[in-house]
Design a protein around this ligand. Structure first.
Ligand code: ZN
Length: 405
């Protein structure tokens, strides 16, 4: 008997999913048209639609064209009726944002971490969420809080297991946030979330082998293999920034030597900029930063590349060589169909992506590069927050949401 009840529930959920999908793709649409289109009974449609109206995902609107008799009421998708609070914990600070059901960022705030201790990071994150949600009259429309964080994340239990830069170890963040705000909370690794978003919101639903390499204040990868996120035994698969490219290289804070992140993430590049400036190398970056090296950031670096600055171009080419060393290994290990290069250093930096594409396609096993697409992110600077929304949308709708942006 138990099995039968389970089967019925599964069938109802599946029908609801298909009905919702039909409204989203073909709406505004009348109830009877939904039933005709997908071949389910009008009663099934009526009950699913009532549920969806009650939950605010769809609404009734004016009359449709009738073929005689009473004009039917049309049902339409309401992506702005409900919202998600996305939280992205980066190596520099925390973003808190409101996103709609199409993963569009409606409002976004950022605060830099004042110190990198576990206690401070957790406290500042809670404070930022608190001040963000205080602006709402009520949270009836909120589906919950979706948090993403770099490092090793146990998504099942909602625990940040390890982040060497933020000094986080075994932080039960999902539980902490849920208890504090009484809202359903999700927690996942940042790049796992983003690669999921690329597949389902970026227009790659028909791709089952995708890798997202994020190059920003740290370096990480999200891997979808055979259609599923590859998490590994301890949830740490994709720690691409800590793959070794030089055994005789820089010692990393993770304990290893020659980790790729130390050569090609923003702090690695920033150190190279400073040492070149100290050596007397001329660069437009100094001018763009009003002579203050502390003001040299990703944006300044990008502007310098566009201005043809020799140092910025040289450092981009060096970063491409280092990243390619790791990406060639990734191509040979996972045989992906598409590799996205995203993050602050890659955004708007076609030089970096073109260089990586050239090197990787020349140096990987040639059979594995046939049809391989190496490209920038579909989402730009909001990739992390869109990733956070993707985690929720996957669970709530089983991915029946539309392509945004
Ligand atoms: Zn390392």
């Amino acid at each position: 008997m138990r099995k039968k009840t389970g089967d019925l529930k599964l069938m109802q959920a599946l029908n609801r999913h298909i009905i919702f999908e039909t409204i989203r793709n073909s709406g505004p649409i009348a109830r009877n048209k939904i039933a005709e289109k997908i071949g389910v009974s009008p009663t099934t449609v009526a009950s699913a639609v009532n549920e969806l109206i009650h939950e605010g995902f769809v609404s009734e609107m004016g009359a449709g064209i009738s073929s005689g008799g009473r004009k039917p009421i049309l049902i339409r998708y309401e992506p702005d009726n409900r919202f998600i609070i996305g939280v992205s914990i980066t190596h520099l600070g925390v973003y808190v944002a409101e996103l709609n059901l199409e993963a569009k960022v409606k409002l976004k705030k950022f605060v830099a971490f004042t110190s990198l201790t576990q206690e401070q990071i957790v406290n500042q994150t809670l404070q930022e969420i608190d001040s963000f949600i205080k602006a709402y009259k009520d949270l009836k429309g909120c589906l919950g809080i979706s948090m993403i964080c770099a490092g090793i994340v146990d998504a099942t239990n909602g625990v940040v297991r390890y982040n060497s830069k933020l000094n986080l170890r075994n932080v039960p963040l999902k539980q902490i946030v849920e208890e504090r705000f009484s809202l359903h909370t999700w927690l996942d690794n940042d790049v796992n979330a983003i690669v999921l978003a690329e597949k389902y919101l970026g227009g790659f639903t028909d791709h089952d082998h995708l890798i997202y390499v994020r190059v920003g204040d740290g370096i990480g990868a999200g891997i979808i293999s055979n259609g599923h996120i590859l998490r590994g035994f301890n949830g740490g698969a994709g720690e691409f920034g800590h793959t070794t490219i030089d055994w005789a290289g820089i010692r990393c804070h993770c304990g290893n030597i020659g980790c790729i992140g130390n050569y090609a993430d923003w702090s690695g590049i920033y150190s190279r900029i400073l040492s070149e400036i100290n050596k007397g190398t001329l660069t437009v970056m100094l001018e763009l930063a009003n002579g203050d090296t502390k003001q040299i950031n990703h944006a300044v670096f990008r502007e310098a590349i566009q201005a043809g600055d020799a140092l910025a171009i040289q450092l981009t080419k060096e970063a491409a060589i280092h990243l390619s060393a790791g990406i060639i290994n990734v191509v040979n290990l996972f045989n992906p169909q598409v590799i996205f290069i995203g993050g602050e250093l890659a955004e708007g930096n076609s030089l970096l992506i073109d260089q990586i594409r050239d090197i990787v396609c020349k140096q990987s096993i040639d059979f594995l590069t046939y049809g391989l697409d190496i490209r920038g992110s579909s989402f730009g600077s909001n990739d992390e927050l869109i990733g956070a929304a993707a985690i929720v949308l996957q669970e709530v709708f089983g991915f029946s949401v539309g392509v945004a942006h």
